[in-house]
Write a protein that binds this ligand. Structure first.
Ligand SMILES: [Zn+2]
Length: 253
């Protein structure tokens, strides 16, 4: 037995008497019990009557009609029929019917394609949001004054100043952390430098001051996008310098 949805899908073809005999009789049975489908069929019939009344063109060649019908039958079953309410086209009824069904199919396809695109873009946007939240969590943990930082070294070893620079050249983003930094003289800052692989001058990559425990962290988005040979740290006057002042406090390739 056909359910309501299937019947709704087939009503246009039923109204056009294009349904195979058995399906048509199933639709008839459903119509006896379903006022909604009866109303829909009534609407369709008046649409077609209007179409027939507005027919002015010559009868289309029999060959075209057959070709269209064949193409329509070869199509996969429609999930949804989009019903045209306005007789904006004029043909003889049966030919109009086929065109109407094809038009509905085209609309349905376009609709499905659009919905698929929308789904994909919603998924991509949810993924981006998740990535952002994870990145934010990492940054917060590294840089928030509420975080505690622990440096683990071999037992009995004397802690030495050390830094870790992570640099993504593609985005020009730098994340830098350091531990066991010596306290700075007054009006001085530590400054990080990118030493380019190209051999050109060192690039200033941000200044920082360690906290009372000698820890420092900084995030530098939108920096120069250069291939690095190494990173180095110097002590500079507050505000930073354009060229590094020797000696180098820390360096790493
Ligand atoms: Zn129904």
């Amino acid at each position: 037995m056909r359910d309501h949805q299937q019947v709704t899908d087939d009503l246009v073809l039923y109204a056009l008497r294009e349904l195979p005999e058995q399906e048509a009789s199933e639709v008839s049975r459903h119509l006896d019990d379903c006022p909604e489908c009866r109303r829909e069929l009534g609407d369709l019939n008046s649409d077609m009557a209007l179409l027939a009344l507005s027919s002015v063109g010559p009868t289309p060649p029999q060959r075209s009609r057959e070709r269209l019908l064949k193409a329509l039958k070869a199509e996969p079953r429609r999930a949804k029929t989009i019903v045209m309410r306005r007789p904006w086209w004029s043909f003889v009824p049966s030919f109009a019917a086929v065109l109407l069904a094809i038009f509905g199919l085209m609309l349905w396809r376009e609709n499905t394609g659009l919905r698929r695109k929308l789904d994909a873009s919603q998924q991509a946007s949810a993924q981006r949001q998740a990535d952002l939240e994870r990145a934010q969590l990492v940054l917060d943990t590294l840089t928030s004054p509420e975080s505690s930082h622990f440096a683990l070294v071999a037992a009995k070893a004397q802690p030495v100043p050390e830094g870790r620079a992570s640099y993504m050249q593609k985005t020009g983003t730098l994340v830098f952390t350091a531990q066991h930094l010596a306290a700075l003289p007054p009006q001085k800052v530590y400054q990080l430098w990118l030493i380019p692989a190209s051999g050109s001058a060192p690039m200033p990559f941000g200044t920082f001051k360690p906290d009372a425990q000698g820890n420092a962290a900084m995030i530098m988005p939108n920096m120069e996008k250069a291939a690095p040979k190494m990173f180095a740290v110097t002590i500079e006057p507050e505000g930073g310098s354009q060229t590094p002042t020797m000696p180098i406090v820390m360096a790493g390739a």
